[in-house]
Design a protein around this ligand. Structure first.
Ligand SMILES: NC(=O)c1ccc[n+]([C@@H]2O[C@H](COP(=O)([O-])OP(=O)(O)OC[C@H]3O[C@@H](n4cnc5c(N)ncnc54)[C@H](OP(=O)(O)O)[C@@H]3O)[C@@H](O)[C@H]2O)c1
Length: 343
C-alpha cells in the first residue's frame, strides 16, 4: 500500500479526501494535518465530521498534526492538499523541497509554468512537466495540481468537442455553496438568493481551461488558442456545479455528433476513474444537481440539453464540486502518479 497524508484534512474538501480514501485499494491514510488550532486534537474532535457517511473509524482517533514539513514522516509517499491557497503557497513548495510528492487541490501555483495542471482523462501527458519542475527547482518531490471545481466540470466536455475545432467558449455557472468551504457563504447571504459574483473564479476558468486543453511540447505547455469567457454565480444548492456552456467551433456538428463525442470521451483504468467519463442525457431538463451530482460515484461529468443555435452549440454540464471538482480529482491525480511511477 502507498502511505498517504491529507493536508487541511478537517475542512470541506479535506473531509471528502478522508471519505474517498477510506477503503481505497492502493492508498493508506497515515497523516492528517490542519491549522495550529486543530493540531494535537483527535481527528474526530477537530473535524466536526459533516458528511453523510460515518467518520472512518480507522482515522477518527488519529492525532491531527500541524501542517509543517517536520511533522510529516519521511516514509509518507504522497500528500493530498486541501489547504487554503495562501497556506498552500507557503507550505507546498517546502514539502516538495523536502522530497514529498504533493497532489494539490489548492488554487496556488496552478498556472505556474513548471507545474502540471492535470485532469487524467484529458491531459495525462502534462504530468511529464515534473521533469522540468525538478530540473528548475532542484526538488526531489513534485507538485501537481488539479483545476478549480468549475473548470473541471466543463473541460472534459470541451476536450471531447475539440475534435470539431474549439474557437470560442462562453460559460455561465450556477455553483453550490459547498464550493466556498464550510464558513464561506453565510445562510443570510444565500438563502432566497443568487450571488452573481465569486471572487477570482472567472479568471481561473478562463486561464486554467486553456492550460488543460493545451499541448505539452516536452519543455512547456502551449495554451489552447480558444477564447474562453466565464460568468460565475453562487446559488443555494449544497453540492454540484451546473454550467450553461455556449461553444463556437470550426466545423458545424449536429447535436447528435456532439452527444456521440461526449459519450465516447476516453476513460482510464484507474480505481477512481468513472466509466463513462461523461454521462449524456437526452432529457432536456437534465442534468440537475440533486439528481445527477453522484453520477459515477461523484466522479463523472453529466451533460445534456445539447442544441445548436445561430451562434453555435449550447449545452449544460454538471459535476460534484467536492468530489470530481476537488478531493476526487486529486485522488485520481494521485492514482495516475502512482501508476506512472512518480512516487
Ligand atoms: N470546496 C470546494 O468545492 C473546493 C473545490 C475546489 C478547490 N477548493 C480549494 O480547496 C482548498 C480547501 O477548501 P475548503 O473548501 O475545504 O476550505 P475549508 O473548509 O475552509 O478548510 C480549510 C482547511 O485548511 C486548514 N487550515 C486553515 N488555515 C490553516 C493554516 N494556517 N495552516 C494549516 N492548515 C490550515 C483548516 O484547518 P482547521 O479546521 O484547523 O481550521 C481546514 O482543514 C482551498 O484552497 C479551496 O480553494 C475547494
Amino acid at each position: 500500500m502507498t502511505s498517504v497524508g491529507v493536508l487541511g484534512a478537517t475542512g470541506a474538501v479535506g473531509q471528502r479526501f478522508v471519505q474517498l480514501l477510506d477503503g481505497h485499494p492502493e492508498f493508506d491514510v497515515s497523516v492528517l494535518t490542519a491549522s495550529p488550532a486543530s493540531a494535537g486534537d483527535s481527528y474526530r474532535e477537530a473535524a466536526k465530521w459533516r458528511l453523510d457517511t460515518p467518520i472512518p473509524e480507522d482515522v477518527a482517533e488519529t492525532t491531527v498534526r500541524a501542517t509543517d514539513p517536520e511533522e510529516i514522516p519521511d516514509d509518507t509517499d504522497l500528500l493530498f492538499s486541501a489547504l487554503p491557497s495562501d497556506v498552500g503557497a507557503a507550505v507546498e513548495p517546502e514539502l516538495c523541497e523536502a522530497g514529498f510528492v504533493v497532489s494539490s487541490n489548492s488554487s496556488n501555483a496552478r498556472t505556474d509554468e513548471d507545474v502540471p495542471l492535470v485532469i487524467p482523462e484529458v491531459n495525462a501527458d502534462h504530468l511529464d512537466l515534473i521533469d522540468v519542475q525538478r530540473d528548475e527547482r532542484g526538488w526531489d518531490g513534485a507538485l501537481v495540481k488539479n483545476p478549480n471545481c468549475s473548470t473541471i466540470t466543463m473541460v472534459p466536455t470541451l476536450a471531447a468537442i475539440d475534435e470539431f475545432g474549439l474557437e470560442r467558449v462562453h460559460v455561465s455557472t450556477l455553483q453550490a455553496v459547498s464550493g466556498a468551504g464550510y464558513s464561506g457563504v453565510s445562510s443570510m447571504e444565500i438563502l432566497d438568493n443568487v450571488v452573481p459574483h465569486i471572487g477570482g473564479e472567472e479568471a481561473k476558468m478562463e486561464t486554467e481551461s486553456r492550460k488543460l486543453l493545451g499541448e505539452f511540447t516536452g519543455a512547456e505547455v502551449q495554451y489552447h488558442d480558444a477564447v474562453v469567457s466565464a460568468s460565475c454565480n453562487r446559488v443555494p444548492t449544497l453540492d454540484g456545479h451546473l454550467e450553461n456552456v455556449f461553444v463556437e467551433t470550426d466545423d458545424d456538428p449536429t447535436p447528435a455528433d456532439v452527444a456521440d463525442a461526449l459519450a465516447d470521451a476516453p476513460t482510464l483504468d484507474l480505481p477512481s476513474a468513472p466509466d463513462p467519463l461523461i454521462r449524456v442525457f437526452e432529457e432536456p431538463d437534465r442534468p440537475q444537481p440533486r439528481l445527477d451530482r453522484m453520477a459515477g460515484d461523484g466522479m463523472a461529468v453529466a451533460a445534456g440539453g445539447i442544441q445548436t443555435t445561430d451562434t453555435g452549440l449550447q449545452y449544460n454540464c454538471l459535476a460534484h464540486n467536492t468530489i470530481r471538482g476537488a478531493a476526487g480529482a486529486s485522488v485520481l491525480n494521485g492514482e495516475l502518479l502512482a501508476s506512472e511511477g512518480w512516487l
